[in-house]
Design a protein around this ligand. Structure first.
Ligand code: FE2
Length: 334
């Protein structure tokens, strides 16, 4: 039963064909999480709150290109998505993980040797780790989540995010694959604990299924998503991309005004990109070379704009500059 549910959840999370997104079933009855989480809270949280994230996510992507985008990709580039997608994709993923890692005491599995050793090496003991996660949860202002993640360096890290963001998203400071996510929205605990988030966090550990968390740890270490996240962690490239997109794409339909007013900014972003440090896996000669070429082309483009060059000359030049940028992006994906 558990195996079947895990497969369903995985399929729902990772494959585009899973759309429209669906509310995953819980492994246990609402009352089975008592006394640490009361049945009514579980019922409302799962069947109303999570269902609303699923419904609103389906609504937000309907009729757009995102209808064929996986949940992971929706989140990876959340900074470029409408708020409704960012919030509801996060809400769906975060809650799906939360349900998966909770189990009544008598159904919980043991922690693996590997995860136990990693926790002891980094935090000293399981109790110390729980304290760090509780601290992240109690100090999260307003609504949000406390996380234990596996970073691209394959280390454990405790972090927290606001609202329904999560560490897979490009908008998050600390990034990696979550293996524990604790919901610290009031809707997760208010009926039983009222405003006492500390008491809720103390109680939640009784429901943590370390066996499932261990499976997630093993899977995360092998997940190519870690490589994607590592490569994506290059703010200067994203800054350049934004201005490139806002100047190049209008030029494709004959509107050169954005380029004419922002060619200096485009050059400045190219220079910042060239002087930035790429993520470790991208720090290679071919990328450095392409960045130098990009700076030269942006400089030439800016000079043409300043000389009031003809529109067809500018259109041709920005197209070739855009091609060079895509050489860098292509190399990033090698
Ligand atoms: Fe929640």
């Amino acid at each position: 039963m558990k195996f079947f549910l895990s497969l369903t959840l995985l399929a729902n999370l990772f494959f585009a064909v899973a759309q429209p997104f669906k509310l995953p079933g819980l492994k246990y009855d609402y009352a089975d999480y008592e006394p640490h989480i009361d049945a009514l809270t579980m019922q409302i949280h799962h069947s109303k709150h999570h269902q609303a994230y699923v419904d609103n996510l389906n609504k937000a992507v309907k009729g757009t290109k995102m209808e064929s985008t996986s949940l992971i990709d929706l989140m990876l580039y959340a900074g470029f998505r409408p708020d409704a997608v960012r919030n509801n994709a996060g809400g769906h993923y975060n809650h799906s993980l939360f349900w998966e890692i909770l189990a009544p005491k008598d159904k919980q599995l043991e922690i693996s040797k590997e995860l136990d050793a990693a926790i002891k090496a980094q935090y000293g003991s399981l109790d110390s780790l729980k304290k760090v996660i509780n601290q992240a949860g109690t100090t999260r202002f307003g609504s949000g989540w406390a996380w234990l993640i596996v970073t691209p360096e394959k280390k454990l890290m405790v972090t927290s995010t606001g609202n329904q963001d999560n560490p897979i998203m490009d908008v998050s400071k600390d990034r990696g694959i979550p293996i524990i996510g604790i919901d610290v929205w009031e809707h997760a605990y208010y009926l039983k604990y009222q405003n006492k988030r500390v008491d809720y966090l103390a109680g939640i550990w009784n429901l943590l299924d370390w066996g499932i968390v261990s499976e997630k740890y093993t899977a995360a270490l092998k997940d190519s998503l870690l490589i994607t996240i590592e490569k994506d962690n290059w703010p200067a490239l994203k800054d350049f991309h934004k201005v490139m997109g806002q100047t190049f794409h209008p030029s494709e339909t004959g509107n050169l005004q954005p380029l004419k007013t922002r060619s200096g900014e485009l050059l400045a972003k190219a220079l910042l990109l060239k002087s930035s440090t790429p993520p470790a896996s991208l720090n290679k000669p071919a990328i450095q070379e392409a960045m130098s070429k990009l700076v030269t082309e942006c400089d030439e483009l800016n000079k043409l704009v300043l000389k009031n060059a003809k529109d067809d000359v500018l259109t041709k030049k920005i197209a070739s500059t855009h091609d060079t940028f895509h050489v860098i992006q292509g190399l990033c994906n090698d």
